[in-house]
Write a protein that binds this ligand. Structure first.
Ligand code: NDP
Ligand code: MG
Length: 387
C-alpha cells in the first residue's frame, strides 16, 4: 500500500478546509489529518478534532485556548493557540503537505515557515502570493518546494501545463464568472447590499472571497497569483468573463494551441488534484455533462464598473509593496462592508485611497511587508471612519 500522506490543514473550519476534510473521508487509505487550525469557530474545530484525531490542533485567536484545551483534555491531542503556534507547528517533521486554506494576510507567515521546512504546499490562500509573491516563489525555488494551486483557475492552468516541459507560455486566459453584479449599472452597484453581494451565482465560498468575487478584486488577485505561480508577465494574462464557470482557465502556447481544463464548478476536484498530484484519483462526484449547457460564453471584463481589477494591474505593475498595500486595504474594506459600515463601491475607494497614501518600497523584505500591512490597515481604517 502507498504510504499515507500526512496533512496540515490550516483553516480547517472554512469552506476549503471542510472540503479538504471531506476529501480525506473519501480516501482514508491515502491521507491522514495530522494538524488542523481555525481562528475562532472553536466548536467546529473541537468536533473536527474528535472525528479526525489529529496530533495537533491550533486556534489562532488565543481567547479560545481554554475552551479548546478543556474540550479535548481526554484525548492525546496537542493543543496550542496563537498565530506563532500555527507557524511553528507546520514545521513538524511528520507533516508532508500543508494545505493553506485560511483566509487573508494571516496565511503569509505559516506558508513561509512551511516552505523553509520543505513541506509541499497545497495553496488555497492566494493572499500570500498577492502580498509577497516574489519572496514566496524565491523561497520555494531555493528550498525546492512545490507549490500546487487549489484555486480552480490555477489548478486548471497547472493541469494544462503538465507534460509541457519547457514549452513557453504565450498567454494565460484566466476565466471569471463575473460575480452576481456582472450586468449591474453603476447606479445599481451603488445600492447593492451585503446580502446581494453574498449571493454568488456559481460558487459557495467563505464570505471574504465571495465579496472579492463580486468586486472582481478576486480576479485581480488571481492575475497576480498566476504571474507568480507560472512565471508570466501580467500583459500575458487575459481575463475573460465566462458566466457558466465550466472552462476553469486556458493556456495558449507559441504554436497557437490553446489547452483548457473543464469541469463542474466544484472545488473538490482541484483539492483532490492538489493532494494527489501527479496522480488522478477515482471520484464518484457528479461529472460534467456538456449538453446541460446550451452555450458557453466569453466576454471582456469592465474595469470601469469594477475598478479593483484595474487596481490589481496597477499594483503589480508598480511592484514592491504595492500589492501588499492593496491587499491590506481590501481586507479592511471588505470587513467594513460585511459589517454594513460602508457601501459596495466604497470598497474600491478605500483601496484607491490607501494605495496613494502608504509609503512605497520597491524591494521589500519580510519585515517591510509586516510594517506595510500594519500601516495600510491603519490608513484604510481611518479613511473608513471618516466615510
Ligand atoms: P472561509 O472564510 O470559509 O474560511 C477561512 C478559514 O481561515 C477558517 O478556518 C477560519 O477560521 C480561518 N481563519 C480566519 N482568519 C484567520 C486568522 N487570522 N488566522 C488563522 N486562521 C484564520 O474561507 P474560504 O475557505 O472560502 O477561503 C480560504 C482561502 O482559500 C482564501 O484565501 C480564499 O481566497 C481561497 N480560496 C477559496 C475558494 C473557495 O471556494 N472557498 C476558492 C479559491 C480560493 P474560523 O472558522 O475560526 O473563522
Ligand atoms: Mg478562483
Amino acid at each position: 500500500m502507498e504510504q499515507q500522506k500526512r496533512l496540515a490543514i490550516l483553516g480547517s473550519t472554512g469552506s476549503i478546509g471542510r472540503q479538504t476534510l471531506e476529501t480525506v473521508d473519501c480516501y482514508p487509505q491515502l491521507f491522514e489529518v495530522y494538524m488542523i487550525t481555525a481562528n475562532s469557530r472553536v466548536d467546529m474545530l473541537i468536533e473536527q478534532a474528535r472525528k479526525y484525531m489529529p496530533e495537533v490542533v491550533v486556534v489562532a485567536d488565543e481567547k479560545h485556548y481554554n475552551t479548546l484545551r478543556e474540550a479535548l483534555a481526554d484525548l492525546p491531542i496537542k493543543v496550542y493557540a496563537g498565530a506563532d503556534a500555527i507557524a511553528d507547528a507546520v514545521t513538524l517533521h511528520e507533516i508532508d503537505i500543508v494545505v493553506t486554506a485560511m483566509v487573508g494576510y494571516a496565511g503569509l507567515l505559516p506558508t513561509m515557515r512551511a516552505i523553509e521546512a520543505r513541506k509541499t504546499i497545497a495553496l488555497a490562500n492566494k493572499e500570500t502570493l498577492v502580498v509577497a509573491g516574489d519572496l514566496i516563489t524565491r523561497m520555494a525555488v531555493e528550498n525546492r518546494v512545490p507549490i500546487i494551486p487549489i484555486d480552480s483557475e490555477h489548478s486548471a492552468i497547472f493541469q494544462c501545463l503538465v507534460g509541457e516541459g519547457d514549452n513557453p507560455i504565450e498567454k494565460i486566459i484566466l476565466t471569471a464568472s463575473g460575480g452576481p453584479f456582472r450586468n449591474h449599472t453603476q447606479e445599481q452597484l451603488l445600492k447593492v447590499t451585503r446580502a446581494d453581494a453574498l449571493r454568488h451565482p456559481n460558487w459557495s465560498m467563505g464570505n471574504k472571497i465571495t465579496i472579492d468575487s463580486a468586486t472582481l478584486m478576486n480576479k485581480g488577485f488571481e492575475m497576480i497569483e498566476a504571474k507568480w505561480l507560472f512565471g508570466v508577465e501580467p500583459s500575458q494574462i487575459e481575463i475573460v468573463v465566462h458566466p457558466q464557470s465550466i472552462v476553469h482557465s486556458m493556456v495558449e502556447f507559441a504554436d497557437g494551441a490553446v489547452k483548457a481544463q473543464l469541469g463542474t464548478p466544484d472545488m473538490k476536484l482541484p483539492i483532490r488534484y492538489a493532494l494527489s498530484y501527479p496522480n488522478r484519483l477515482v471520484s464518484t462526484d457528479r461529472k460534467l455533462s456538456l449538453t446541460d449547457y446550451a452555450s458557453l460564453t466569453f466576454e471582456r471584463p469592465d474595469m470601469v464598473r469594477f475598478p479593483l481589477l484595474q487596481y490589481a494591474f496597477d499594483a503589480i505593475g508598480q511592484g514592491g509593496n504595492m500589492p501588499c498595500i492593496m491587499n491590506a486595504a481590501n481586507e479592511i474594506a471588505v470587513a467594513a462592508f460585511l459589517a454594513e459600515r460602508i457601501g459596495f463601491c466604497q470598497i474600491a475607494q478605500t483601496v484607491a485611497h490607501t494605495m496613494q497614501h502608504v509609503d512605497f518600497i520597491s524591494a521589500p523584505t519580510y519585515q517591510d511587508y509586516v510594517a506595510t500591512n500594519d500601516e495600510a490597515r491603519n490608513i484604510a481604517a481611518r479613511y473608513i471612519d471618516k466615510i
